[in-house]
Design a protein around this ligand. Structure first.
Ligand code: SF4
Length: 110
């Protein structure tokens, strides 16, 4: 998947790898920080006024490229930089996603 969220840590499961994932984290709501430098045409505002990464019709972040990489990797938002592959939050969203797939529940947008 896209996000190079590959920092180490004591609570990281090394068996969880982006290459075997459906880029679930790139369907999460990416709230932008005022210091982020993301091109404005890739951003949007929620009904509550939060400045976020825009999504396509299927819920993917619009910066996901065809190879499931991040097309703005060098200037990706701070929250994306802090998302750690295999850490508890990553594992939680993967678990929810897989539970929904198993039960035939449509994807949830977070
Ligand atoms: S900005 Fe890049 S790393 Fe962040 S969600 Fe979008 S594609 Fe993934």
């Amino acid at each position: 998947m896209s996000c190079s969220k590959t920092q180490g840590g004591s609570d990281v499961d090394p068996s969880v790898q982006c290459g075997g994932c459906d880029a679930i984290c790139c369907r999460l709501t990416v709230v932008l920080d005022p210091d982020d430098r993301v091109p404005s045409h890739l951003t949007d505002y929620t009904h509550d006024g939060l400045h976020v990464m825009a999504r396509d019709e299927e819920g993917w972040c619009v910066a996901v490229d065809p190879e499931m990489g991040c097309s703005i990797y060098a200037s990706r938002p701070d929250v994306c930089r802090r998302f750690v592959m295999g850490a508890p939050y990553c594992r939680d969203v993967r678990q929810v996603h897989h539970d929904q797939l198993r039960r035939g529940i449509p994807l949830t947008m977070y």
